[in-house]
Design a binder for this molecule. Structure first.
Ligand code: CA
Length: 223
């Protein structure tokens, strides 16, 4: 059974949501304060978080930011102010969906279903805003060059890519790579992919020729 955490200071709303989601087949816990919610979110296992923006102690912005640094749980952010929703979208905090209050419980349950289904799918997420790769429960930050290199590899799966080509396309210079930057960055990227290789794919060395990316699953993009 999927487990949901509702972080919401309006107790009446939180209770209604809990009842409805439980009837819809979810297990639900509530935190009525931001600091309590953040602690639960970081230390316990949930499949999804419904996160109110305005909260006592720690607000939804901070909670979203801190959870995102450590976990890849779907987060639905809710707020009474549409302006705030637009603002958080713009900040690219990494929430997966946003809802403006008031919303119907049916609508909420539909969004929850959609997110939970999406997150159990195999795959990984490329986050352009945070310049990171998310797979399983791992969030892997990448440097600018690592990110660019990874995108190029992803865009050319199963093809042998010479160091010259990678240097030309990723570093965007016509000069040959005299400093061995490609090899160094490939090595770093490989180390970072190590734990999530079974979800993402691997960078194989083709002796005397270059590198070949072998994907394991589809990437999704979070903007
Ligand atoms: Ca609130």
């Amino acid at each position: 059974m999927s487990k949901i955490l509702i972080i919401e200071d309006e107790e009446a709303i939180a209770d209604l949501e809990k009842d409805y989601l439980e009837l819809s087949g979810f297990e639900v816990e509530i935190a009525n304060r931001g600091d309590v919610g953040l602690e639960k979110a970081l230390n316990e296992d949930y499949d999804l978080i419904i996160l109110d923006l305005m909260l006592p102690e720690v607000d939804g912005f901070d909670i979203c930011r801190q959870v995102r640094q450590e976990k890849n749980i779907p987060i639905i952010m809710v707020s009474a102010k549409k302006d705030d929703i637009d603002k958080i979208r713009g900040l690219g905090l990494g929430a997966d969906d946003y809802m403006t209050k008031p919303y119907s419980l049916k609508e909420l349950a539909a969004r929850v279903y959609a997110q939970v289904r999406r997150s159990v799918m195999q795959g990984f997420i490329i986050d352009h805003h945070q310049q990171s790769l998310t797979a399983g429960n791992h969030v892997i930050p990448l440097s600018q060059k690592e990110f660019d290199l990874f995108l190029y590899l992803l865009g050319n799966p199963g093809r042998i890519l010479t160091p010259d080509e990678l240097y030309r396309e990723v570093w965007r210079t016509g000069k040959p790579d005299t400093t061995n930057s490609v090899a160094v960055h490939i090595a770093r990227l490989r180390r970072k992919l190590d734990e999530v290789g079974h979800l993402v794919g691997s960078i194989e060395t083709v002796r005397g020729e270059g590198y070949e990316f072998q994907p394991r699953s589809e990437a999704r993009t979070r903007l």
